[in-house]
Structures are given as structure tokens and as C-alpha cells.
Design a protein around this ligand. Structure first.
Ligand SMILES: *Cc1c(COP(=O)(O)O)cnc(C)c1O
Length: 404
């Protein structure tokens, strides 16, 4: 039995009121809430062993280094990477993608091709456009369908001997579509292209196995899986991480420095210039421990129930349209009601204590595809309840009445 009441006790923020109403937090696809154990980990770091890592011989520095490296191993195990040095700490998904894009700017030649999906977050479009401008490579797009899935027939046709890189998210943040990444990876490898999967939206619900996927790069942000902001990770296959040059120069990432020549440190330090988010890295590990204790299978099953229930209840509202109806989805629902502007609905829901997202969700191409200014997006986590969905449905009916 999944005891959601007990789980909610772990999240102090869920007790708060907004505009005089109990908070209903349905903006989990933007950032997740933080359980007490992760908050305690952060407090413990600053209260007891705050020090810079990998440098000092003193006790605090040793402790901080040990905990930081232990966290790297937790992440390695969680994603089933072969080596802990294939896990690079970054400030988040965006940083991880830019790190890889910058590396490939040294590898790509004019007329090489990069494929991205039509379902990408802006952070997975803009770096590749910048990369193409710099290298003369071309950007090709896997189109999307009305249901919000990828047109895989066209994907297979786009692949050719010039394709060097394929970028796709594991789950779309705007629509919740779970993309067929294994098929994408296998087909890309057949023609010798590398694949980067953006797991920012998948990792709160799915435990990916990077070796089974045989993916070249996989990236994620801690703040979407119960961890703090400002920390995330890049998984890269050892051979790729050795091949691409460092992203930033600075302390930590060097072996020897003279004014004539600097030699770089080995993995993972080559990509970790400067003092990292030490506390954040340690808290990232604590967040994974917490989520694994709850259990990813239980999380997925419960969230699926919430998704099914909310979808059914929402569709009872006249004029409501859900965008993204893929057979396999995470608990994200993007919708509009008639011609009412999503922002107006979001504002009324907020007055009633309900946090949803409104707008383009950093995915303007998807909104353009549907020819809409944006959507209202409700995204659920394992600490949400059916009762909260009922509260949203009642509030939504009220908002529709006021606005139409
Ligand atoms: C949130 C998100 C990002 C960006 O993550 P940051 O933590 O802001 O770097 C990228 N891609 C997807 C699919 C996301 O959901």
C-alpha cells in the first residue's frame, strides 16, 4: 500500500497556506518540493562540515570530500553507470547540455547534421543552434504528431551518414510524452551518431539504466527529483568524455599548470572547474536515497492513478482540451478551456491556493504547432492526492464560469 498521508508528512512545505487556502502544488514539472531529510542534509553540511573539497588535508575538507564523492557513487549506482567518473556534477540540465554542445563544437565539421526532436525544451534547442552557427553543421527536426508523439518514420528517414548527433528528451516537460528513446538510440548508433538524452523530466518518475539504454550522454537536474536547485549531472560514456575537450578552465580541472602548457586532470575533474556546489551535490545523493526508499515503481504506479483520475475529471469540463494524448505519459496534463487565456485561469487558481504553470513551458515550437499562446499545465508528484485534484476541478469550474 502506498501511504500518501505518511509521505506528505515528509514535506514541510505541504502544510503551508497560500491566499488563505491550503497549498495545492501542481507545478512539479517545473521544480519538485523538498523532503525534510534533504533539508536536514543541507543544514548538516553548513552546521558541521562546510569546507572546500579535494584540496585540504584538514578534517573538515576530508569529510566534505568523502561525502561529495559518496554522492557521486550514489548517482552512479542509481543510473547504473559503469564508472563513478562517468558522472560529472553540473549546475543542472542546461549546464550539462551546454557542456556537451561546447565539446562537440571541436568535433563537428561543416555539413555534419544534428537531429533534435520537435518536443524539446528551449535548453535543448538553443545550444544546438549556436553549435550549428559555429561549425556550419545543419539542424534537422523530428516532427511531432497531433497526439504529441514523435513521428518515428521521419526520424528513421532523417538519419544518414552525415548525422553526428541526436538530441531528444526522455519525457516532454510540456506534454508528458514518454519518447521511445531506446529505438532512437539504437537507430542512431547503426549509422555511428552519438545520442544525448535530456532526462530532466523523466528522472522524477523513471529510473533509467544508462548501460541498458547504451546512451552516450544522459543529463538531469536534482531540483526536479526532490533535491536542491543549482545542481545536476551529466552522465557520459568514458570514451566520449575523454574525447571532448574541457568546458571551462580553472582550479580543480588541471594536473599541472605552467605558463607554457597546462595538462588537464582526468575524469571527472576535467569537467569540474572551480569550487562546485558541494552541499548541493551531497543533497542530490540524499534526494536519490529518499526517492529510492519510496520506490520508483510505487511512485510511477501511484502517479499514473493520479494522471488517469485527473484526465477523466478534466474531460468532463465542457470545452476543455488536453494537449498531449500519447499512450505513454508521465503525470503532466497541459490543457486549455475554450478560448480562455491560460494566464487568466492560472491567476484564479492561484487565488485559491493552487499552483499550476501557465504559458509556453519553454517549448514555443510545441505551442506554435498547436497554434495556441500556451497552456495551463498541472503536473503531479507522488505526494499529491486525488482530493487535491478535486479541489482543482472545483476551482477550475469556478474560473471557467467567471471567465466565459
Ligand atoms: C526543466 C527542464 C530542463 C531545464 O532544466 P534546468 O534545471 O532548468 O537546467 C530541460 N529539459 C527539460 C525536459 C526540463 O523539464
Amino acid at each position: 500500500m502506498f501511504d500518501v498521508a505518511k509521505i506528505r508528512e515528509d514535506f514541510p512545505i505541504l502544510k503551508r497556506f497560500v491566499n488563505g487556502k491550503p497549498l495545492v502544488y501542481f507545478d512539479n514539472a517545473a521544480t519538485s518540493q523538498t523532503p525534510q531529510v534533504v533539508i536536514d542534509t543541507i543544514v548538516d553540511y553548513y552546521s558541521n562540515y562546510n569546507a572546500n573539497i579535494h584540496r585540504g588535508v584538514h578534517a573538515l575538507s576530508q569529510e566534505a570530500t568523502d561525502k561529495y564523492e559518496a554522492s557521486r557513487i550514489k548517482i552512479q549506482q542509481h543510473f547504473n553507470a559503469k564508472h563513478s567518473y562517468e558522472i560529472i556534477f553540473t549546475s543542472g540540465t542546461t549546464h550539462a547540455i551546454n557542456l556537451v554542445a561546447a565539446g562537440f563544437s571541436e568535433i563537428l565539421n561543416p555539413n555534419d547534421e544534428i537531429i533534435v526532436s520537435a518536443l524539446e525544451h528551449h535548453s535543448n534547442i538553443v545550444p544546438w543552434q549556436m553549435l550549428c552557427e559555429k561549425t556550419g553543421a545543419f539542424l534537422k527536426v523530428i516532427p511531432m504528431t497531433e497526439a504529441g508523439t514523435l513521428d518515428m518514420t521521419i526520424y528513421h528517414r532523417l538519419l544518414n551518414k552525415n548525422t553526428k548527433l541526436v538530441f531528444c528528451n526522455h519525457v516532454s516537460n510540456a506534454l508528458g510524452t514518454v519518447n521511445p528513446i531506446k529505438e532512437i538510440i539504437d537507430a542512431a548508433h547503426k549509422i555511428g551518431a552519438a545520442v544525448l538524452i535530456d532526462g530532466a523530466q523523466a528522472t522524477p518518475h523513471i529510473k533509467p539504466d544508462v548501460q541498458a539504454l547504451d546512451v552516450d550522454f544522459y543529463v538531469a537536474s536534482a531540483h526536479k527529483l526532490c533535491g536542491p536547485t543549482g545542481v545536476g549531472m551529466l552522465y557520459g560514456k568514458q570514451a566520449w568524455l575523454e574525447k571532448i575537450p574541457p568546458y571551462q578552465g580553472g582550479g580543480e580541472m588541471i594536473e599541472t599548470v605552467t605558463f607554457q602548457k597546462t595538462t588537464y586532470a582526468g575524469l571527472p575533474h576535467k569537467f569540474e572547474a572551480g569550487t562546485p556546489n558541494i552541499c548541493g551535490g551531497i543533497a542530490f545523493g540524499a534526494a536519490l536515497d529518499y526517492m529510492n526508499a519510496v520506490g520508483f515503481e510505487q511512485i510511477a504506479a501511484y502517479e499514473n492513478e493520479l494522471l488517469k483520475y485527473a484526465t477523466e475529471e478534466l474531460l468532463k469540463i465542457e470545452g476543455l482540451r488536453i494537449y498531449g494524448t500519447a499512450p505513454e505519459k508521465t503525470a503532466v496534463i497541459s490543457f486549455n478551456v475554450g478560448a480562455i487565456h491560460p494566464y487568466d485561469i492560472g491567476t484564479i487558481l492561484d487565488k485559491l491556493g493552487i499552483a499550476v504553470r501557465t504559458g509556453q513551458h519553454c517549448t514555443q515550437p510545441i505551442m506554435d504547432f498547436y497554434n495556441i499562446p500556451g497552456t495551463v499545465r498541472a503536473s503531479f508528484s507522488f505526494y499529491n492526492t486525488k482530493e487535491e485534484i478535486d479541489v482543482m476541478i472545483t476551482a477550475l469550474k469556478k474560473a471557467v464560469m467567471m471567465l466565459s
